[in-house]
Structures are given as structure tokens and as C-alpha cells.
Design a protein. Structure first.
Length: 65
């Protein structure tokens, strides 16, 4: 999926513990059918032997080592 040394960048609102889910605007957006948590992103990274970083709010970078 990623060549060695490659990077995947994902920008999406993350469902975190401080989110008021009933009032969260992403919940009502029909284009968002899944909600990701930082734990989900870490799981995906470990599943594929990638390194995972969160350089900014709502940004995840996956690095193939």
C-alpha cells in the first residue's frame, strides 16, 4: 500500500473523549459515515507496521519504515 519511506496523510475530525457527540457537527454530516479515534489510527498503524504521528489537530500521518 505504501512504498518504503512513503507517507499517507489523513485529515479528518477525530472522535475524542472531549467531544460532545450529540452536538458534534461531524455526526450530522451525511458525508461522514465512520468516526475515527486516535486509538483507531494507532491500531491501523500497528496492523500494517507503520509509524503513526499526529502533527496537528485532525491530522494523522502514517509512515512506512
Amino acid at each position: 500500500m505504501i512504498r518504503p519511506g512513503g507517507v499517507i496523510g489523513i485529515m479528518t475530525g477525530m472522535l475524542t473523549d472531549d467531544i460532545d457527540f450529540p452536538g458534534w457537527h461531524y455526526r450530522r454530516d451525511p458525508t461522514h459515515v465512520l468516526f475515527y479515534t486516535p486509538q483507531t489510527m494507532r491500531y491501523l498503524a500497528s496492523r500494517h507496521s507503520w509509524r503513526c504521528e499526529f502533527p496537528a489537530k485532525n491530522v494523522t500521518l502514517f509512515f512506512k519504515v
